[in-house]
Design a protein around this ligand. Structure first.
Ligand code: ASP
Length: 407
């Protein structure tokens, strides 16, 4: 367990204990700590989206000549993520972990603005009249839309200009990832403040209800890795899923411990090429993109968490509203960086898109770090399955899959 994780656990435990012992007297310190953390998170949202989407699109687009590969990769990523999201959506609608949950919410919104409108209005609003205004207002979907188009047209420029801009956006994205890492150091205090506040105001009932939500996310992830992904391997790639899974232990344990698809990437590449026998041409192209844009675990979690929060606030989402959650969960998982707790940052994106208050992030924070371990492992596993599927679609035999390579 790394230092930050340890501190976050300590923050969580201390928050619970202090909230319990000192009751509302702890609020004078818990409130500011929680607020500072939430503001830091909000501060990171828009620049992170802009830079991660543009550099993501560029890393896909700059691989010219691999257009076909790009399309297959993209289709696999969308398909596996949508499968994950729908699994989550079905579970959260069947079990409704948020209905009747008492998590001490005061500010209940009057209505969910964004989703009171018709589908045409929603689609129309995705196109920003002024992308800078959208950025300043924090309108997520228009910024994502603009970033995708802008990234795409950078790839259409002549080489020098394209390379310069690619460097610029890659650099900006890296800087934002570093900034996000820095913000994460405030997480132990934020976690302390938010949990102390929840316990002081509502007692342990909060954790009972969160426990239900927690279990639903875990069940969803389990179904995805034990049913959805094996089905893709079996019927699209036509390989034995167990043989592939067998070779993935090291990257999976690493993903679980580090909570970062990015950090795990070198090990994922090694395992996919050496144990599952995917060529490095395919692995080198698909895995780095996968670590940035393909996050099934995160997508599933975003969907469950958003609907859970809506349930806590007492909103029964209509089909259209749920569709908006599915689309934003997909976009948010694409936009999320492969770093610890990126999914939580992106959670604010969905909440903003469907018009729920950002404070709601605090509701799910208590169990987020542990969920991050499971969802990161799911993300990495899906990336590796993607490489196998695409290699097979490109005609590779993958003979000897699952066997150890001689050292
Ligand atoms: N930690 C995850 C990853 O690196 C992203 C997330 O927070 O969901 O894949």
């Amino acid at each position: 367990m790394n230092r930050l994780t340890r501190y976050i656990f300590i923050g969580l435990a201390l928050g619970v204990i202090c909230g319990w012992i000192f009751d509302e007297k702890i609020l004078f310190i818990a409130d500011p700590l929680a607020e500072i953390f939430l503001r830091l998170l909000r501060m990171a949202i828009m620049p992170l989206i802009l830079t991660s989407i543009i550099s993501g699109v560029l890393s896909i687009g700059s691989a010219t000549g691999l257009g076909r590969l790009g399309l297959k990769t993209f289709l696999y990523y969308v398909m596996s993520s949508v499968l994950a999201i729908v699994t989550g959506q079905v579970l959260v609608n069947i079990f409704k972990p948020g209905v009747g949950a008492k998590l001490g919410l005061e500010k209940v919104p009057e209505e969910l603005e964004a989703i009171q409108q018709g589908i045409f209005d929603i689609v129309l609003q995705i196109i920003p009249e002024n992308p800078f205004a959208a950025l300043a207002r924090g309108d997520v979907l228009p910024v994502i839309f603009f970033s995708i188009l802008f990234g795409y047209f950078i790839t259409q420029l002549q080489t020098t200009k394209r390379d310069q801009l690619t460097q610029l956006f890659d650099g900006a994205f890296e800087a934002m990832m570093k900034l996000t890492q820095f913000v994460l150091w405030s997480a132990p205090f934020g976690v302390f403040g938010i949990n102390a506040r929840i316990v002081a105001e509502t007692g342990f009932g909060a954790f009972k209800s969160l426990g239900f939500y927690f279990v639903i996310v875990l069940i969803g992830l389990f179904i995805h890795v034990s049913i959805n992904l094996p089905l893709l391997l079996r019927f699209v790639a036509k390989v034995n899923p167990l043989k592939h899974y067998k070779g993935m232990t090291t990257p999976l344990i690493t993903a679980f411990s580090t909570c970062s698809s990015m950090v795990t990437l070198p090990l994922t590449m090694a395992a996919v090429t050496r144990r599952s026998k995917v060529s490095s041409k395919i692995a080198n192209f698909t895995l780095p993109i996968g670590a940035t844009v393909n996050m099934d675990g995160t997508a599933l979690y975003e969907c469950i968490a958003a609907i859970f929060i809506a349930q806590v606030y007492g909103f029964d989402l209509t089909f259209l509203q749920q569709l908006l959650v599915v689309i934003t969960a997909l976009l948010a998982s694409i936009g999320a960086a492969g770093v610890p707790m990126a999914g939580l940052v992106m959670m604010s994106v969905i909440l903003r898109a469907i018009g729920l208050p950002l404070e709601a992030v605090g509701l799910i924070l208590a169990v987020d770090r542990i969920l991050d371990m499971f969802r990161t492992a799911t993300n990495v596993l899906s990336d590796s399955c993607g490489a196998v599927v695409i290699a097979r679609l490109e005609g590779e035999s993958l003979e000897g899959m699952g066997e150890d390579e001689e050292e």
